[in-house]
Write a protein that binds this ligand. Structure first.
Ligand code: FES
Length: 157
């Protein structure tokens, strides 16, 4: 179940599509649900499926395809490092090792203190800033160096 505020936001998204195509709002609905809940549990995805009148499996497919959706609980900050070709050529593997060492966890894991979840991401369309990462789905940091990573981690309490 989502709050009345979230449901109103989803209704606003649904209204952008023809009445018989409520399911077109699924990505927005999942984003709104995730903002409220922090991550997408099966129960939350089932609610979205019912709300949009679509099969639950179709909602799971969307939620598990895009890595901005979190289908498991996370640390307080999610850091998604791009490891695609441009970033890889510009040093992403070294940045990945540095992040893993600093956080004490690997891709797909959360640090023991619950502060960080580290994820591996696909190209974010900003290859000119490689290597880069996305913080909490909304803030991009490029031209990463180990020193810049340290300062970002220090800032994210
Ligand atoms: S390869 Fe990393 S942003 Fe494109």
């Amino acid at each position: 179940m989502l709050s009345p505020d979230s449901r109103a936001r989803i209704d606003h998204e649904i209204a952008k599509y023809p009445a018989d195509q409520r399911q077109s709002a699924v990505m927005s609905a999942l984003r709104i649900a995730q903002v409220e809940k922090g991550w997408l549990s099966t129960e939350t995805m089932d609610f979205v499926a019912d709300y949009l009148g679509m099969p639950a499996i179709a909602v799971y497919e969307v939620a598990t395809f895009y890595n901005m959706y979190n289908t498991a609980p996370l640390g307080r900050h999610k850091i998604t490092l791009c490891t695609n070709i441009s970033c890889a050529l510009m040093g992403a593997p070294e940045i990945a090792e540095h992040l893993k060492e600093k956080m004490g966890c690997s891709f797909g894991e959360t640090s023991e203190d619950g502060r960080f979840t580290l994820k591996e991401g696909e190209c974010m369309g900003a290859c000119g800033d490689a290597p880069l990462c996305m913080i909490n789905n909304h803030r991009m940091e490029g031209f990463l160096t180990p020193e810049k990573v340290d300062s970002i981690l220090e800032e994210l309490k």
